[in-house]
Design a binder for this molecule. Structure first.
Ligand SMILES: Nc1ncnc2c1ncn2[C@@H]1O[C@H](COP(=O)(O)OP(=O)(O)O)[C@@H](O)[C@H]1O
Ligand SMILES: [Mg+2]
Length: 266
């Protein structure tokens, strides 16, 4: 996505030894990962391997059991509420299924973060929302519609607009193309690439959609068994030499990934 993905870039997010269990179920088991600044990193892995849990730990929506997550050098694990609130202003997030507020019109969904955290009046917020909607290819007529009046693809666009409206430094995308037809998925992938580039943001996405990976990733990391088992530039994904990556990208039932402990199906 960026012109020279081999150039070194200081990490924006540094994760070391991250663990998270739910009862006896160990999900993350000592995960290490660097997210380079200004790059787009995509974490791949089967359903239930802990991709969403990883993002939620970074966002502070879940508390890790042990290990460290540093964002711009600031520790997230065990951070105070004030620290997390300050960090969250850097974050933009597109959740799986867009997760819009049903009772608010489109523009208020887009401007939600702006209205909540900044001293900005409603008129200004609405103008900002309309400008942001234009970035995702939606006209001003959409601003006053309710989410229920939108198609799935339009809801995703609105979700993307909401994620970028406050010009975040780091964007998180959780399965951005799930539930979309292949053409709409491609449109959303293109928009993600364009928005991330336009903002100069760092992007961390998770997906099991290989089309999406090839389109939006500069670098790819494969999550399996609670750890990152391979990480490298997207250009190397077809000859990674890693049997987990090979099995995953070819969607084969046979291989080191046993169905049930990290299924390759969605
Ligand atoms: N809040 C929670 N409470 C209990 N178990 C959870 C919770 N969130 C996730 N899990 C479990 O953690 C595992 C990983 O989930 P998740 O990160 O959502 O997977 P995916 O890689 O598909 O995004 C799953 O087995 C899931 O059931
Ligand atoms: Mg998930």
């Amino acid at each position: 996505m960026t012109p020279d993905t081999s150039a070194p870039s200081s990490p924006k997010i540094v994760i070391r030894g991250l663990t998270k269990s739910f009862g006896s179920k160990k999900v993350l088991q000592g995960l290490d990962l660097d997210v380079p600044a200004g790059r787009s990193l995509v974490v791949i892995g089967g359903s239930g391997t802990g991709k969403s849990v990883l993002i939620k730990c970074i966002l502070g929506l879940l508390t890790a059991d042990s290990g460290s997550i540093k964002v711009d050098g600031i520790e997230v694990v065990g951070a105070s509420r004030e620290t997390m609130d300050a960090l969250r202003t850097k974050f933009g997030m597109l959740f799986q299924g867009a997760a819009l507020f049903d009772s608010l019109p489109v523009w208020e969904n887009v401007a939600f973060g702006l209205l909540a955290t900044r001293r900005i009046d409603r008129r200004e917020a609405r103008e900002r929302a309309v400008r942001t909607l234009a970035m995702v290819g939606l006209g001003p007529e959409v601003a006053d519609l309710m989410p229920a009046e939108l198609s799935g693809g339009m809801q995703k666009r609105v979700g993307l607009a909401r994620a970028i409206a406050h010009e975040p430094e780091i964007l998180f995308f959780d399965e951005p193309t799930t539930g979309l037809d292949p053409i709409m998925a491609d449109v959303i992938n293109d928009l993600i690439v364009r928005c991330v580039r336009q903002l100069g943001a760092t992007a961390l996405s998770i997906t099991h959609d290989m089309q999406s990976v090839r389109k939006i990733a500069d670098r790819v990391a494969m999550l399996h068994g609670g750890r990152i088992v391979w990480e490298g530039p997207v250009e190397q994904i077809d000859d990674s030499g890693n049997p987990f990556v090979d099995q995953f990208i070819h969607g084969r039932a046979e291989g080191p990934i046993r169905v049930g402990e990290g299924s390759i199906q969605s």
